[in-house]
Design a protein around this ligand. Structure first.
Ligand code: PGA
Length: 258
């Protein structure tokens, strides 16, 4: 199973800064690593600049969002084909910030997921519970709700792949990282539910479950060692080349040990 380390730069960097950061990350992560896929997701307008630096390298390119529509009168939107034209390989869908700031519902997320699945890019479906839901013991139910709505009726082809990012909302940007043991349990639940919806064999071969929420170079070791944690989605710490490269190297070492 390929593991994934993905940086989500959110709305933080302009064109030149993005270009520079991509170049520094490339220098920091070194040569290709078998079994590990590394990517960064700049804001839409910086994608062309980052592509100039990353094309043909081990650093993949991702996008933070996409329209569910193929084309037409959708002011301000960007279609999947426009992204693939720029070599985008990963697309985040359903990030909790988009659900909160832009009112994205599970149904909208499901439509976006289908748009990405129809392309050659890899969807990264983000989901996770709020602090209140966690306290009320509803984590697994929230996971089920998100997955069921997003994946209902999806019949993936053998060649298609999916990344689910377990991102507890209370851990995003807060410095409160999820206990790796708890993350492992949540990931196991995600696998169980996804296997029911997409088939056991398909899920075993084509589904990766990664963790996101306040991951940094210091705490990532706890996730690398865990069963069923197939990578990480990194926000704040991905804005520093040294920090992000150290996270990647932890996964490289983890891969060599296993
Ligand atoms: P964070 O963000 O690493 O800054 O918590 C993670 C994310 O939003 O994907």
């Amino acid at each position: 199973m390929v593991r994934h380390v993905i940086g989500n730069w959110k709305m933080n960097l302009g064109e030149r800064e993005s270009e520079r950061l991509a170049a520094s990350v490339l220098a920091g992560i070194g040569p290709a690593v078998r079994g590990l896929s590394v990517a960064v997701c700049p804001t839409y307008v910086s994608i062309p600049a980052v592509r100039r630096v990353t094309e043909g390298t081990v650093l993949g390119l991702g996008a933070q969002d996409v329209s569910s529509e193929a084309k037409g009168a959708h002011t301000g939107e960007v279609s999947m084909r426009m992204l693939t034209d720029f070599g985008v390989k990963y697309v985040l869908v359903g990030h909790s910030e988009r659900r909160a700031d832009n009112g994205e519902t599970d149904a909208m997320v499901a439509a976006k997921l289908r748009a990405v699945m129809r392309s050659l890019a890899m969807p990264v479906l983000c989901l996770g519970e709020t602090r209140a839901e966690l306290k009320a013991g509803k984590r697994d139910r929230v996971i089920e709700r998100h997955l069921t709505t997003a994946l209902k009726g999806v019949k993936p082809k053998r060649s298609e792949r999916l990344v689910v990012a377990y991102e507890p909302i209370w851990a995003i940007g807060t410095g409160l990282v999820c206990d790796p043991e708890e993350a492992e349990k949540a990931h196991a639940h995600i696998r169980k539910v996804a296997s029911k919806l997409l088939g056991k064999e398909w899920s075993r071969n084509n589904l990766a479950v990664i963790y996101g929420g306040s991951v940094n170079a210091k705490n990532v070791g706890g996730f690398v060692a865990r069963q069923g944690i197939d990578g990480v989605l990194v926000g704040g710490a991905s804005l520093k080349a040294g920090e992000f490269s150290r996270i990647v190297r932890e996964f490289v070492r983890g891969g060599e040990r296993s």
